[in-house]
Design a protein around this ligand. Structure first.
Ligand code: HEM
Length: 471
């Protein structure tokens, strides 16, 4: 162990530190390390040296710096594409160009813009219709929430909308699910890259589902390329309809720094779906679960909405200041869920310093967001779901920042944050206006996330909720 790295667990070369018992979750082990070593500690997982940051200010400063701006060369991020394209896993000029482009598109086509608000409203109406169909019985959260979030991202990217019953949507959803499922397995190769050269290729492919990732990416690519070609054929340069049109226009510019290509656009679209749909859909399910287990929160939210909006009127973003409790419920849900519990990993781009320790170039850095959101240094009684903590004495919403990072922070902060917040706000108002949610009689919804998922805190899909139409 290099002596000036943060303290922690090292274990054996190549294998790293492996717990002897799997009774504790990954997060419980990280909490143990935090208690033992403080706000910055190291865990060698497989052959990867990973430094965990457990402190809000340290994390904020690190992720604001170019010293930690890059992603590791993990398959989880690269999707086996060499050189890496798209946005989530790329570095350098490709990342810089794509991030700037995506942020501009989200601003121009997205947040608060009437076209996208109209699309969110259409999806909110569809959700109301679909939730109504399962009123009166205990059932899983309808799959319409997935359709809604996919449709919004598609609207922005390619002006496409699926119907709930659309077979193409089901195929599309199976692909997204396939990617997420295989991402967990791909992490094995990222942590133990040497198994590639020790075990037979067929075995590695089977364990790590490399074939699934390839097949999935190929299917996505074929579909996206078709959509891109349709856009090219019908492009009006003076009236770009969506992100694909804007990218094609950008691609045709004579810019020496351009990193545009059709393959890059395919990967960018893939990244936006990958990062922007499962996340928002899971967050909406978490909100429904929290509301179901906290009837008083639900009633207070409804009272507030009823005072501001006539029933049947969907909110617009300008209504937010008049709905502070609703804003508080959205924020408290984001805190409690800690959806992306460890964030997305970063890497030191040069030999540098952090928290008084030396961090060699290439060290992987990750945030313990789940722990920060549950840390009594920042939150009074953090275990409680208490939206009131976001309101001041006058009942105004206060966007508390200290200890709150559901979308990451700094140079790689989530580009879809504004869009996700807009969806969660409009969808939750629409649902609470029309329905009440409760656990099945005599039960509470199990709010523990699905086990063994280091990427997302997923709500348990098997949990049922009773939807009742409001009189
Ligand atoms: C509730 C929903 C969401 C949550 C909790 C969330 C959270 C996050 C987090 C924690 C990161 C990692 C930041 C880092 O590397 O430090 C991230 C990155 C990212 N998110 Fe989101 N996200 C959500 C929705 C979305 C949406 C709707 C989109 C776009 C349609 C999106 C696109 C991205 C992209 C492209 C990145 C990579 C940015 C980069 O590497 O520069 N996300 N998100």
């Amino acid at each position: 162990k290099p002596s000036d790295l943060p303290p922690g667990r090292w274990g054996l070369p190549l294998v790293g530190w492996v717990p002897l018992s799997f009774k504790k979750s990954l997060e419980e082990h990280l909490q143990d390390l935090h208690k033992q070593h403080g706000n910055i500690y190291t865990w060698r997982m497989g052959s990867q040296v990973i430094v965990f940051l457990h402190d809000y200010k340290m994390l904020r400063d690190a992720f604001a710096s170019t010293d930690f701006v890059d992603r590791p060369n993990w398959q989880l991020f690269t999707m086996n594409e060499v050189p890496v394209k798209g946005l989530v896993g790329s570095n350098g000029l490709v990342w810089h160009n794509n991030r700037r482009f995506a942020l501009r598109q989200l601003r121009d086509l997205g947040m608060g813009k009437s076209k996208l608000v109209a699309a969110v409203h259409t999806q909110a109406e569809m959700l109301i219709e679909e939730f109504r169909k399962q009123a009166g019985r205990a059932d899983k959260v309808p799959h319409a929430t997935k359709v809604a979030v996919v449709n919004i991202v598609w609207q922005m990217i390619g002006s496409i909308q699926f119907k709930v019953t659309d077979e193409r949507f089901k195929r599309f959803q199976r692909l997204i699910d396939g990617v997420f499922e295989s991402m967990r397995r791909m992490a094995i190769l990222d942590l133990f890259p040497w198994i590639n050269s020790v075990f037979p290729d067929a075995l590695v492919t089977w364990i790590c589902r490399r074939d699934v990732v390839k097949i999935t990416l190929d299917s996505f690519s074929a579909y996206f390329e078709e959509v891109i070609d349709e856009h090219k054929a019908t492009l009006d340069k003076d009236n770009p309809r969506d992100l694909i049109d804007a990218y094609i226009i950008e691609m045709e510019k004579d810019n020496p720094d351009s990193t545009c290509s059709k393959r890059d656009l395919v990967l960018l679209i893939f990244d936006l779906f990958n990062a922007g749909t499962q996340t928002t859909d899971n967050m909406l399910t978490w909100m429904i679960f929290y509301l179901a287990n906290h009837p008083k929160v639900q009633e207070r939210m409804l009272r507030e909405i009823d005072e501001v909006l006539p029933r049947g009127t969907l909110p617009i973003l300008e209504d937010k200041p008049r709905l502070p409790y609703t804003e508080a419920v959205v924020h408290e849900s984001l805190r409690k869920a800690s959806l992306v519990s460890l964030g997305a990993q970063h890497i030191a781009t040069r030999d540098t310093q952090l928290g008084g320790y030396s961090i060699p170039k290439g060290t992987i850095i990750t945030g313990s967001f789940f722990a920060m959101h549950d840390d009594p240094r920042y939150w009074d009684s953090p275990e409680e779901f208490r939206p009131e903590r976001w309101l001041n004495a006058e009942g105004k919403f206060v966007a508390k920042k200290e200890g709150f990072m559901p979308f990451g922070s700094g140079k790689r902060q989530c580009v879809g944050e504004g869009l996700a917040r807009m969806e969660l706000f409009i969808f939750s108002v629409a649902l609470v206006q029309n329905f009440s949610f409760a656990p099945p009689p005599g039960k509470k919804i199990d709010l523990r996330p699905v086990a063994f998922n280091p990427i997302l805190h997923e709500p348990k899909g098997s949990e049922k909720v009773v939807v009742t139409v409001r009189p």
